[in-house]
Design a protein around this ligand. Sequence first.
Ligand code: ZN
Length: 298
Amino acid sequence: MRPRVAISLAVVLATPLTIGGGAAAPISGSGAGSAGASLFAANRISRESPGPALAEFACPSGTLPEGPDVVCVHLPADDEGAPAAETQANAHRDRTGNWVVYDQIPRRPDRPEEYDSYRLPVACERRCVVSGYDLDRPDRLQRRGPGLSYVGHGAIDIAVARGTPVFVPKLEHQDGPAEVVYVGPLFGTTVVTLHSLREGAALREYLVLFAHLDAAAASVVAGKRVGADEPIGFVGDTGAPGLVHLHLEVRRVRAGVDVRALVRLSEGAGALVNDARTVACDPRNVLPLRVSSSVALP
Ligand SMILES: [Zn+2]
């Protein structure tokens, strides 16, 4: 589950106890619910200190004592979250030839380029992504065609058989279960889920759109919390007749936007994909990595 093995132990030195250092204090938490994302300053216990027994200065949660100077080193826990993904501006010509400027979040350099490196929300072994994310590319390299309504592709298209169950993925650094925020027409029959992710020592909200579904699962309604083991719908071609595939789109919710309220606005579900409210994001930033099937035998 946790592929990250390159561990860097960040050691933050704080005031020696001999001159009054106390318990380590969290450095700026960021907002509600982000307690696990806080970084800890470490206590350094001087060897010269005649101070109290080490046991009285147990390292704070998320750190361990190490070295002759008994430095509390920060453990690389999962709840640190992903690096903060940066929003970038890009532009393309729409179908009428006008330049459209938009924001988008490109794949982070630490995320694999190959789509086969990721666990998809449908059962599929290899080469299932038939059209990738390209909103980070120059205009001339973005997807367009006479049969396509939009220029560029802020999502991935996964080709699997009609009726294939779609499961809500547990995204990287996800905090708590996902929640269904919309079920209905958008890009064909679409289910939209809301996920809170730890990112840059903060909690950020992301939407995942599962589009062109044959149907949503019967039990899936707005407000329902969904785990990774229950299907939320079935692959189809609604809104894209004859092209059976799952359009999987990830969008980061802009700060201060309440997506649950958005779907009640007069503009309807389209507000969920409005650049002013949510930003297109390369799904590779948040999809879980595929666990290698090769097992080293003793
Ligand atoms: Zn698509």
